[in-house]
Write a protein of this length. Structure first.
Length: 353
């Protein structure tokens, strides 16, 4: 039998609620407003839920106005037609697992990962929009990477299981996006030289690109990294991820990673926002009649206006697969998405669990 997760009985003549509701353990929210309930505590619950939703709505509208006004709000509301399916670990015959070493505890302790299948990056400038959106999330919700850092990988190029670990700067080797393989200490020295050249050329203190994040590693004896089953470093947060797992136009399935030295909840909030943004972009790409092959350019790009045609609603739901983070003994540390994750975007996405 179907078990409801939400109940809307607003503006009826209910003076009491049936006791059978106690047999609905998966019920997450109930709209009870506008009913002459005898138990005033239930009325307060309804108002509290409505207040939380109103607060979320105002926050979304504020962010959307900041991002570009009514046009983007209309597009975001249209995302309500999306379906986001969550595939649980137990339903997946070969789930991805990340093992976290004890050393990350003192360097960058928090990591959240998941798999997202079914993205559309081939048409037009879809890749550029995807990368631009990631850059914007780094600037805003990630607070210029000081709160958290996002890394996105082509799942087909990720060899699991993965290990989240730390290495000394002289031992950590990575092939950064658009560069040749290099040791972490040499990469940071190279970026510092480039930053100084940037300042001299532009005659100002501000620098762009990876150079903005060098100070985030100041004072650390070891650097965090995500290593694949072949021993290759695919991510070096908060600086860069690897050319080996780079997102391309042919990418259909993603491995998403968010790390932080601040809190686990920040990682989850950023991951929620990232999945929502990818879902929006996916819908826009499928409904937009773009021509041309676009570019795989990894530089920051500003996306042009997207033409949305509501009549073309042939999209299959994106599938989110849970990823476990365990310690080196196999004990569970984090599972994403859990039952409480992706709840903040429920008004924009229908999550099938």
């Amino acid at each position: 039998a179907l078990v409801p997760q939400s109940l809307d009985v607003a503006n009826n003549r209910l003076s009491a609620l049936p006791a059978a509701l106690a047999d609905c353990p998966r019920l997450k929210d109930a709209n009870l407003r506008g009913n002459p309930l005898r138990d005033r505590r239930l009325e307060k619950m309804g108002r509290a839920e409505g207040g939380r939703e109103e607060t979320r709505r105002r926050k979304r509208e504020k962010q959307q106005k900041k991002d570009g006004g009514d046009g983007e709000r209309d597009e975001a509301e249209a995302v309500g037609k999306l379906l986001l399916k969550v595939l649980h670990v137990g339903d997946n015959p070969a789930p991805m697992v990340v093992r976290a070493s004890p050393g990350v505890r003192d360097v960058r302790p928090y990591i959240v990962c998941c798999v997202l299948r079914g993205v559309q990056l081939r048409p037009g400038n879809a890749v550029r929009r995807f990368l631009s959106a990631q850059t914007k999330l780094h600037e805003d919700i990630c607070e210029k990477r000081t709160a958290a850092t996002i890394a996105t990988h082509d799942l087909q190029l990720v060899k699991g299981p993965l290990t989240y670990s730390v290495l000394p700067p002289a031992e950590l080797k990575i092939t950064p996006l658009g560069r040749k393989e290099i040791k972490a200490k040499d990469l940071l020295r190279q970026l510092q030289v480039e930053a100084e050249e940037q300042r001299k050329q532009k005659k100002r203190q501000n620098v762009s690109g990876l150079h903005k994040y060098l100070q985030l590693l100041d004072g650390k004896d070891s650097y965090p990294c995500l290593v694949d089953a072949e021993g290759v470093v695919i991510s070096f947060p908060p600086i860069t991820n690897s050319e080996k797992t780079k997102i391309r136009k042919t990418t259909r399935d993603l491995f998403l990673e968010v790390t932080s030295d601040t809190s686990l909840q920040i990682c989850k909030d950023v991951m929620d926002a990232l999945i929502l943004k990818i879902a929006e972009l996916n819908r826009f790409t499928l409904e937009n009649k773009e021509e041309g092959s676009g570019s795989d350019d990894e530089s920051d790009a500003l996306s042009g206006p997207v033409s949305v045609n509501p009549s073309q609603n042939t999209q299959q739901p994106l599938v989110v697969e849970q990823v476990r983070v365990v310690d080196m003994d196999g004990n569970l540390k984090v599972l994403y998405p859990s039952k409480t994750d992706l709840a903040t975007v429920s008004s924009l996405l229908t999550v099938i669990r």
